[in-house]
Design a protein around this ligand. Sequence first.
Ligand SMILES: NC(=O)c1ccc[n+]([C@@H]2O[C@H](COP(=O)([O-])OP(=O)(O)OC[C@H]3O[C@@H](n4cnc5c(N)ncnc54)[C@H](O)[C@@H]3O)[C@@H](O)[C@H]2O)c1
Length: 315
Amino acid sequence: MRFLVTGGAGFIGCNFVRHMLKEHPGDRIVVLDKLTYAGRLENLEPIMDRITFVKGDICDKDVVKNAMDGCDAVINFAAESHVDRSITSPEDFVTTDVIGVFTLLEEARRRDVKRFVQISTDEVYGSTVSGSFSEKDILDPSSPYSASKAGGELLARSYVRTYGLDVIVTRSSNNYGPFQYPEKLIPVLVVKALRDQPLPIYGKGMNVRDWLHVEDNCRAIDLVLQKAKAGDIVNIGSGNEVPNIEVAKLILRHMKKPESLITYVQDRPGHDFRYSLEWERLKALGWTPKVRFEEGLKSTVDWYLANRAWWEPLL
Ligand SMILES: NC(=O)c1ccc[n+]([C@@H]2O[C@H](COP(=O)([O-])OP(=O)(O)OC[C@H]3O[C@@H](n4cnc5c(N)ncnc54)[C@H](O)[C@@H]3O)[C@@H](O)[C@H]2O)c1
């Protein structure tokens, strides 16, 4: 099989490429990535000779046409992904997360690729105080980021019914692990703590996220790629619901830093209170999360401590 992995130089994408090379060494992987601020060639450095890398934009028809040439399946990770940036500059989000998906879908249907996996997010459901979202729940996104992701996945799903394209949508909860850009909560907290700087926590720190280790997500996406049915939507949660303030305290404890570093800052506009997923469909395919949050968090903190040369130039 030959796969086109878009956004493969970003956080989840580069972990997925590594996962696929390890688990399916006979398969060929083409990575298409624009190398925005979030995409870095260094993330692929040790495996560069085992993949084909194309620098380019998923909104560019010619680039997409060439990159998809000979590919059996497409896994689309490419996106603008940071909620705070979507509040200040929403246009890039609509462009990449909707028009980019459209450009990929058009080429995929022209070539009749065997499978198209659109990587979406639990944020498309919006916030909930209690209970967990199933794949049948309505979409109620709050930010320009989640609304653009919802637009991209709805378009992708329309290609199943309209053109018979084999599309699958995954909606995962918040990922954490190595190679995450230091603007997302966990790396921000680790980097600040290491420098004895205040750890910024939105509002009262009670917003809850269900933390999914990136390796568990990659295993789930691989499984979905092999086993899900055309048109399936698949939630990927982990059962690790933790308020942000607890995440900060766990990091400080592991790094032996004082809790007095925690500083509450003005809340993000439209900040979703809690995301929560059920993942019965994925369970039925044979997946369960393997990484317990406290262990995954410790190994992630240790990765950032051991890889200062990776994140320091980004600050
Ligand atoms: N990180 C999470 O917690 C999380 C949770 C659920 C879903 N997701 C989704 O998973 C996917 C990957 O997220 P991530 O955290 O790895 O994001 P990221 O921001 O770390 O990486 C995004 C990658 O896409 C590339 N890219 C951006 N615009 C592009 C364009 N127009 N053309 C080609 N490449 C482009 C960037 O260069 C980068 O390599 C995204 O679709 C995101 O919406 C992420």
